[in-house]
Write a protein that binds this ligand. Structure first.
Ligand code: PMP
Length: 411
């Protein structure tokens, strides 16, 4: 178990993550691929281990003690997430497989019921494929139209263009809260306010925001908010869709099967109440419990100390990276999370990434599942360093020195 931290102390935090002691290619691991997935603290690993060693049973079904213990732990996890997100009710928190699954749930269930020919759905140029393709699929099926908010070169949304796209035909605005490729923090308060004034709903893709900031869905007044457990120090294969009670109640089930029913006959099936109506089949029980442990882990820190730490890393990395010859940062928004994408003149991102890996540094290279965004910048991809709670300035120094070497070798 980790010891509880009374204040943010990076050395203690690093001790909580056993994988940071690993060597890669004979070098100490420098993990800067947190945007893809974050590492897990010992407390999360222990909870998963304990669940399988002492509590494993299926939930919501058995009268036996283990089943009741597992059910209790899973439903407690839902409440932990409810409080973390500031949701009014725990049944507004649906467990999913992750962000992708949450968006598909809304596009399929809400979209199939509510979109009609000529209706419009607005997304943005900087969406992850998981917030593009599900909307394309449902728009195609229902004869609805997908509109795209353009961005400025800085990687900020063109809000004037957003204003002109919004109309009484707009039924849904689905945007990313924090861009995984650019780090841009979008003005979601303004988006939600304007969309609601036009009579549209808002879905926020929170995959990259929950790891970097505290989000309160009630204060935001957002209609749907989705994120993945694995990017916030929890397990893979589990995530959350928050939805407002009245919207979720009005939506048809997404998938049919066990647990989501009230009564089944061959003639007619009636459905369970929230949240079970949207949770068919045996869920990722340990995933939900592990995600709550991850949330407990981050919740022990003062959010403003975490934000200051990440801002410091972002500022320091931006300044030192900019000194490497040929480096061009993609995404220079005024408000950014600790994510830096860049290209190096004349070099392919994969080649740079491979040389960095040989020096023990994990960064992401490629289009980051945002191909239309890469097209917007006229590049095949970027090299992306994304920071988390356990990264420090020394990681940045080692990374930038290794990048300098890689650039020299490839030049
Ligand atoms: N949206 C954003 C902004 C992301 O960064 C990601 C993951 N890279 C996703 C959606 C998809 O998340 P998942 O693969 O966990 O469903």
């Amino acid at each position: 178990m980790n010891t509880a931290h009374t204040e943010f102390d990076i050395a203690l935090v690093r001790n909580d993550f056993p994988i940071l002691d690993t060597e890669v290619n004979g070098r100490p691991l420098i993990y800067l691929d947190n945007g893809a997935t974050a590492q897990k603290p010992q407390s999360v690993i222990d909870v998963i281990d304990r669940y399988y060693s002492e509590q494993n049973a299926n939930i919501h079904r058995g009268v036996h003690q283990l089943s009741q213990l597992a059910t209790q732990a899973y439903e407690n996890a839902r409440e932990t997430i409810q409080h973390f997100l500031g949701a009014r009710h725990s049944y507004e928190v649906l467990f999913t497989k992750g962000t992708t699954d949450g968006i598909n749930l809304v596009a399929s269930s809400w979209g199939r019921q509510n979109l009609n020919p000529g209706d419009e759905v607005i997304i943005s140029t900087m969406e992850h494929h998981s917030n593009i393709v599900p909307w394309q699929m449902i728009c195609e099926e229902k004869g609805a139209i997908l509109k795209v908010i353009p961005i400025h070169d800085s990687g900020e949304l063109d809000m004037a263009a957003f204003d002109s796209l919004l109309s009484d035909r707009t039924k849904m605005v689905a945007t990313v809260h924090v861009s995984n490729s650019l780090g841009t923090i979008n003005p979601v308060d303004e988006i939600i306010c304007k969309a609601h004034s036009a009579g549209a709903l808002v879905l926020l893709d929170g995959a990259q925001s929950v790891p970097h900031m505290r989000v309160n869905v009630t204060a935001l007044d957002v209609d749907f908010y989705t994120f993945s457990g694995h990017k916030i120090f929890g397990p893979t294969g589990v995530g959350v869709l928050y939805g407002k009670e009245d919207l979720l109640n009005a939506m048809p089930p997404y998938q049919g099967g066990g647990d989501m029913i009230e009564k089944v006959t061959f003639e007619k099936t009636t459905y369970n109440t929230l949240p079970h109506k949207f949770e068919a089949g045996t869920p990722n029980i340990v995933g939900g419990i592990g995600l709550a442990a991850a949330i407990d882990y981050v919740s022990q820190f003062d959010p403003s100390s975490l934000a200051a730490h990440e801002q410091d890393l972002l500022d320091y990395a931006t300044a030192t990276l900019s000194e490497v010859p040929g480096v061009r940062i993609i995404g220079t928004a005024e408000k950014k999370a600790s994510v830096i994408s860049f290209v190096v003149d004349g070099l392919h991102p994969f080649d740079v990434g491979t040389l960095l890996d040989q020096q023990g540094i994990a960064v992401r290279t490629g289009h980051h599942c945002t191909q239309p965004l890469m097209d917007r910048y006229g590049i095949p991809g970027t090299i992306r360093a994304s920071f988390a709670i356990y990264n420090n300035r020394s990681d940045v120094d080692v990374f930038v020195a290794a990048l300098g070497k890689a650039v020299d070798m490839l030049a």
